[in-house]
Design a protein around this ligand. Sequence first.
Ligand SMILES: [Zn+2]
Length: 373
Amino acid sequence: MKILNKERLLETFSDLVSIYSPSLSERLVCDYLSSKLSELGFILHEDLVGEKIGGNSGNLYGFLPGDESLEPLLFCAHMDTVEPARGKKAIFHDDGSITSNGETILGCDALSGVTAIIEAIKTMKEENIHHRPIEILFCVAEEIYGLGSKFFDYSIIKSKESYTLDLSGNVGSAAYKAPSLLTFDIIIKGKSAHSNFKCKESVNAIIVAAKALAQIKTGKINENSTCNIGLIQGGRAPNIVPDLCAVKGELRSYSHNETFKLLNEVIDIFSRITEEHGAKMEVTHELRIEAYETPLNHSVVKRFQNVCEKLDIPCKLCSTLGGSDNNNIEQHGINGLVLAAAMNGCHSCEECTSVSELENITKIVIELMKGEI
Ligand SMILES: [Zn+2]
């Protein structure tokens, strides 16, 4: 393969990073990508998911016809970033590393992935490289529990296999399984009183919550699952017995059913303790993403392994406790992997990538698209 146009690769990355695109405000990056993809011959469709979820852009889908004797493949990455992102800019260092100025995130999650997909296609077009039919899905609102890809209409997808470019770590790593994730809200309702008068009749909601929380297992609770209590709120003043205490948490498990079993355990503990103290409680929960596991002997895995071998990039298959658009894609009969895509230190101002990582992930995408393997 001809050596990549490194200068242009870095320019595309720099252009994308310089666009402010936090979740639900992906309009400008979507417009940028629409014009690039239509120049490259893609048939495009932007859906109406933005309106549904309160954003200013839909998911961007593109189809590029190719050799019909080869299976089509879907490539996915997300257009949104976390904050702080306003004014973000790629700074290129002499050692090949690329960082932000330290005041914002860089946005390589997942704009490195978007860059690799765009540059792979540009390179193939320039070099007249024979390729399979290619589908692209650039999603909105991935950082809000994959909200964009959750509501995408998968009936238009032709591919049975996909690669989502949205994993941190060494390029060559790929995740084949990810957990279900649910969040829960528990509100303890006690009985308020002045802290000194009528205190016998009061029920301190914060104390009830604390006693229940002391019995909840958190962190990694078994091989498959984690639990976190992330927020607690309640009380009005030091001299008032609080009548309300809200607790928010999340559960993740590679076993979808176990996620709900663990939720019931949490609810049982809270029910028992609230009852013992004469308090009441309300519980709500929301399933955010659903678990998947792509079999390791699947062709989508084999193809990736073969490509890494051809390019002499060490390949490592792993599980991840993080969700991605692939959790939603897999619910529609499409098997996939989440590829490490030149992103490190994600969701922090230390986020960084490097020239060689961007080159390697682009080379991988080209080989996957070519269809020789
Ligand atoms: Zn991401």
